[in-house]
Design a protein around this ligand. Structure first.
Ligand code: CP
Ligand code: NVA
Length: 304
């Protein structure tokens, strides 16, 4: 594994290896066992969009691994003034050991990897959120003891989360069921990938059909970062695409709920359901730290 650009690029074995190492690093953190696998390594973190979890978990993760995180706001970088990504990639490759980038176009992340000489990690684009979904898979496995054979249901916008969950879920042997309003389906590349899984993938408009007998129900905001101008239209389009108590009755009695956060209560999820499942959601947030540390070690010190 050279980069983490999207889960489509990873084999099932690579995903499971990351999850296993993440479990081990979490255990070591909880038991005070140091693991300075990235001593002397520097991670540059470019943010073109806001972040709480991604920024803090990568910064803390690098410190716990004995490395050094460097926060680079796009507002202050020349990239924010139009310096080409090719030049940014080649220059940063002379200073840093790896780059994490959160931006709009997936192509920008792919280009950084293409032109640079160091590993690139996608910290969210309009198309994918692989770090989040690795944390989700880790959390589901932690709570359910397995991934294979579980039914994963996603309700809402066919956005970066829906795309990465579909790929990550199917690659790890889950059944994936997505409910979106018409016109808000996941990306074509993802749907093409999912076609290969036959009955294991379903895309519907009926949230109850998608949630039927689900082991895990996931949702995300109706308007993602960069779509603020469409918020009103989206409120209308997504009315009813809500994770609430009524919907969860269609799922398995021990269903778990995941939300990558930030959440918009009473839009995609009710406050009641959110608070009922808060422990699972906070485990999911915490596992960003452990899953990303595993990714960093796999990329920068693969012999561990
Ligand atoms: N879930 C997630 O990526 O959170 P941030 O936007 O706070 O990083
Ligand atoms: N779909 C959301 C995820 C935020 C972590 C967004 O892109 O804004």
């Amino acid at each position: 594994m050279k980069h983490l650009l999207k889960l489509l690029d990873l084999t099932t074995e690579e995903i499971i290896d990351i999850l296993n190492l993440a479990d081990q690093l979490k255990y070591e953190s909880k038991h005070g066992i140091p693991h300075h696998h990235l001593k002397g390594k520097t991670l540059g973190m470019i943010f073109q969009k806001s972040s709480t979890r991604t920024r803090v978990s990568f910064e803390v993760g690098m410190v716990q691994l004995g490395g050094y995180p460097l926060f680079l706001s796009a507002n202050d970088l020349q990239i924010g003034r139009g310096e080409p990504v090719q030049d940014t990639a080649r220059v940063l490759s002379r200073f840093l050991d790896a780059i994490m980038i959160r931006t709009f176009a997936q192509q920008e992340v792919e280009d950084l990897a293409k032109y640079g000489a160091i590993p690139v990690i996608n910290g969210l684009t309009d198309s994918f959120h692989p770090c989040q979904v690795l944390a989700d898979l880790m959390t589901i496995r932690e709570h359910k003891g397995k991934l294979e054979g579980l039914k994963l249901c996603y309700i809402g916008d066919g956005n970066n989360m829906a795309n990465s969950l579909t790929v990550g879920g199917l690659k790890t042997g889950m059944e994936v069921s997505i409910a979106t309003p018409k016109g808000y389906e996941p990306a074509g590349t993802v749907l093409d990938f999912a076609k290969g899984f036959g009955e294991k993938f379903k895309l519907v408009n009926d949230i109850f059909e998608a949630a039927k007998d689900a082991d895990v129900v996931v949702t995300d905001v109706w308007a993602s970062m960069g779509q603020e101008g469409e918020a009103e239209a989206r409120q209308k389009a997504f009315a009813g695409f809500q994770v609430n108590k009524e919907l969860l009755k269609a799922a398995k009695p021990d269903v778990m709920v995941q939300h990558c956060l930030p959440a918009h209560r009473e839009e995609e999820i009710t406050t009641e359901v959110f608070e009922m499942h808060i422990d699972e959601i906070l485990d999911e947030a915490e596992n960003r730290l452990h899953a990303q540390k595993a990714v960093l070690v796999k990329l920068l010190n693969p012999d561990v």
